[in-house]
Write a protein that binds this ligand. Sequence first.
Ligand code: ATP
Ligand code: MG
Length: 508
Amino acid sequence: MSDKINLNSLSQIIKDEIDKFDHKIDTASVGQVVSIGDNIATIYGLDEAMYGELIEFPNNTFGIVMNIEEDSLGVAIFEGDAEIKEGDICHRTNRVVSVPVGDALLGRVVNALGQPIDGKGKIDCREERAVELVAPQIMDRQSINAPLETGIKAIDSMIPIGKGQRELIIGDRQTGKTALAIDTIINQKGKNVICVYCSIGQKNSSLAHIVDRLKRTDSLNYTTIVSSGASEACSMQYIAPYAAISMAEHWMYQGKDVLIVFDDLSKHAVAYRTLLLLLRRSPGREAYPGDIFYLHSRLLERSCRLSDDLGGGSITALPIVETLAGDISAYIPTNIISITDGQLFLNTDMFNEGQRPAIDSNLSVSRVGSAAQTKVMKKVSKNLRMALANYREMLDFSRFGSDLDKSTRKVLAHGAVLLETLKQKQYKPYPTSREAVEIFVSQSGILDDVKIENVYPIFKLLYNTIQAQDPSIYETIDKSDTFDQEAQNKVLEFVKSIKVNFQTTERE
Ligand code: ATP
Ligand code: MG
């Protein structure tokens, strides 16, 4: 009997003890790692964590909340997931991922979190900006009315880009996509445009080459490079373009003009797909997650031209997309084509034939930029696309037989000169005046009887002659946007006198 009393009291004691036990662990802001692998941690706890919040792990490792489920969280770790073990405790930070912003970033190479990776020491930025922010509203924007000069003849004449525009550069691998973007950055020297180059999933050696080029052309001092290499975690590659555009936005809201390049968004889409498949989200078309369109639209919508009330700053975006065998109707290319204001299509065949930059004028468009084209450029390049289209049509036709009538031969000769004029060396952007003069000369037909290989030397001589004898022709075009009849006649006279030293052909 006494045994029973003892047992009863014992169980009572245990019950009392259990009741008194304060079992409340703070699961609101503390969590525990349940599993870890492939840079993805599954966390128990952290009940109040927000989507996109930064989570702190031991050893100064951080991650971002990507999945919120009923009783667990999926966190993508940025770097150093090898340090994290199952059972580790992690904490909320109560802030979303943000990057340092400001002028101290100019001339620097940083990773997706804004940390320097160029070995030049600490970056002294006073402000930070969240990487994910809502794009400016419609009323905060104004239409595009100023040109962004790329210095590339084929673009400025036929597919002009305006400040605040989003123009896609699309083409197969090794067709000069990066080259176009880098030349555009080089051309912004002295034009008060800040540049941000965001490299996603590229080899470190390619990036080193780009940094070196920018340095040698004195373009690095107004450029920030945000890089997340192919060897970095998918989460870093995923966040890199958002980090880059946040840095750009800071300048835009100060009323400055910014040019941003995303090189490239195909690799970004692949990194995002990898990340979400590891987080066990269901795959959709081509195994991309369902929100892949939103991934890029919310990024590209952040570039715009702000209204004058907000300072009139702008972000011009040049996203790059790689195609396979010229297929622009694949999933990611069509998505991004529909988000942007036009595309520069680079044609592999043209590139291999030596027509570089290989801009295909048939498939390239700029839906808003022509409103911002300079008067002179608009005038001299008016018939250019049409003449090229005619040329291409005749060329296909002429392959059937050798007897061509005079008018066909004329179109072919003229088109060949136009195409030759649009060729341009890499890293050699031209001022608008030089572009306009060359396009005017080739459009005038005066070079149609010149051997094709002589077109470039004639233009080179013409440039030197004008510089030496009448530089005001260039100055008036650049400064007051006029190229009057008198100046045009002078240019044609120069060409005539240069031409006599070059052999002409029977092409006409
Ligand atoms: P990837 O798909 O590998 O990123 P890409 O499309 O970015 O390639 P680039 O790296 O820019 O292509 O250029 C490919 C090659 O073509 C480079 O060797 C580059 O020097 C050369 N190239 C690009 N543009 C020109 C040009 N206008 N004139 C001569 N060579 C050029
Ligand atoms: Mg490239």
